[in-house]
Design a protein around this ligand. Structure first.
Ligand code: ADP
Ligand code: MG
Length: 431
């Protein structure tokens, strides 16, 4: 093994220099080291990576880690390489074919012990064939909610992972996510085929993080309130999430003017190098406020963020949890504020209406679902035939349900083939 220590506490100190485990980590490490399937559900920033990195370094075989974003993967490879030089490698589209080949060769020879792999690679028979020559212990699926269509971040590539893991002869699958809903957890267990997994879940209440919702009369009031909050002592660094790119730009200008500090905007409409620069300036503290769309976040690990503001209601509870959870990762007091206006409802409807789904069908099905869920509790359980009346076939109905789920309006639950069930969690305009 890469780590000499044989008990997990000593190994933790030796490899990472940490004096103690955080809640849940020890259970996950012990289970993965023994080669059991594990499902790790912990809040963002709580240390899920260590749950598979430490057992990987204590075992004598190869650990594969599937991670959905290349930028995240590069960060992890870099930081783990500092702990275990030469024993970590990656396979993804950001490096050339020769480098990818060397990474797999290293894994086959046993030199590389942790191999990070982009999910789409597992659809390549040639890659699988070669990788099968390695002795594979743990098959780690990071951000495992991506396997669930009911999550906010569904990736079709994740569907293949269960088969690939078994075909490669992996001893155990370790799945990790910050998405805590029971529906998504069930989906992960069934889609990844986890066998009697050790389920490690830790508190989603972050004691140092104060959440509040601030109703406002309109967008003008929201901007004023955000400026006031961020002007308080100790409020910075801060992330402000905006609902649209235009709003992010506008708010960044205004806050920069009112606060008298460097405020930068971040969204997918900016060129890649500008985004990288914005991220760097926020990380190194030269810009203490970033106003961003939801494009900003995954892979941002800035421990001392004191405030996260949402200028509008985000698309789903999970998205909100992830984004708000970027505050206070250092354990010091931090605040998450959600500013809501009645107009936000219209924004979600606007996005839904711009989707490629036929609008009449969408509206009919949506109205039926939301109508059925009215009153309390806000759950629905409908027969396909009721929904298919909208001249839609079952496929269309399922597409619409999936769309509503991604838009954060409903949260479907597993149900029979001819039913859809779940609950209404988001905002929706019935008119
Ligand atoms: P997650 O994937 O759950 O969002 P990470 O695995 O990226 O979180 O870990 C977040 C931070 O916590 C990292 O900087 C990591 O080094 C740190 N960390 C993890 N476990 C411990 C620990 N036991 N003691 C101290 N710091 C830790
Ligand atoms: Mg992580």
């Amino acid at each position: 093994p890469v780590v000499a220590a044989t008990d997990v506490d000593a190994a933790l100190r030796e490899a990472f220099g940490f004096s103690s485990f955080r809640p849940g980590q020890r259970e996950a490490v012990v289970a993965a080291r023994e080669g059991r399937d594990v499902l790790v559900v912990m809040p963002t920033g709580s240390g899920k990576s260590l749950c598979y990195q430490l057992p990987a370094l204590m075992r004598t075989d190869l650990t594969l880690v599937v991670s959905p974003l290349v930028s995240l993967m590069q960060d992890q490879v870099e930081s783990l390489s500092a702990v275990a030089p030469g024993r970590v490698a990656q396979v993804n589209g950001m490096q050339d074919a020769a480098a990818n080949r060397r990474a797999v060769d290293g894994a086959i020879s046993g030199r590389v012990r942790v191999l990070y792999v982009a999910p789409e690679r597992f659809s390549s028979p040639g890659f699988l064939e070669r990788l099968r020559q390695a002795r594979i212990g743990l098959f780690v699926v990071d951000e495992a909610h991506c396997v669930s269509q009911w999550g906010h971040d569904f990736r079709p590539d994740y569907f293949r992972l269960a088969d690939a893991a078994r075909w490669l002869g992996a001893e155990a699958i370790v799945a990790s996510t910050a998405t805590a809903t029971p529906e998504v957890a069930r989906d992960i267990v069934s889609r990844l085929g986890l066998r009697e997994p050790v389920h490690v879940a830790t508190g989603f209440d972050r004691p140092n993080l104060a959440y509040s919702v601030v109703p406002c009369a309109g967008k003008e009031a929201v901007a004023g309130r955000i400026a006031a909050v961020l002007g308080e002592p100790g409020a910075l660094p801060a992330i402000v999430y905006a609902g649209t790119r235009a709003e992010a730009d506008r708010l960044a200008d205004r806050l920069g003017y009112e606060l008298g500090v460097e405020v930068v905007a971040y969204h997918a409409g900016l060129p890649r190098d500008v985004r990288a620069d914005v991220q760097r300036r926020f990380m190194d503290g030269s810009a203490p406020v970033v106003v961003a769309t939801n494009a900003f976040g995954m892979g941002v690990d800035k421990a001392d963020v004191r405030t996260v503001c949402h200028e509008s209601v985000p698309s789903s509870i999970e998205a909100y949890y992830q984004e708000a959870g970027r505050a206070g990762r250092d354990g010091q007091p931090a605040r998450a504020l959600l500013f809501s206006t009645s107009r936000d409802k219209g924004l979600h409807v606007f996005f839904i209406e711009r989707s490629e789904i036929d609008e009449d069908q969408l509206k009919f099905v949506a109205r039926t679902i939301v109508g059925a869920a009215e009153g309390s509790p806000p759950r629905f359980n409908l027969h396909m035939n009721d929904l298919a009346q909208a001249e839609g076939d079952e496929e269309a109905v399922r597409a619409i349900v999936g769309y509503m789920a991604r838009a954060g309006v409903i949260q479907p639950a597993p149900s029979g083939p001819d039913r859809v069930a779940g609950r209404v969690v988001g905002v929706w305009d019935r008119n």
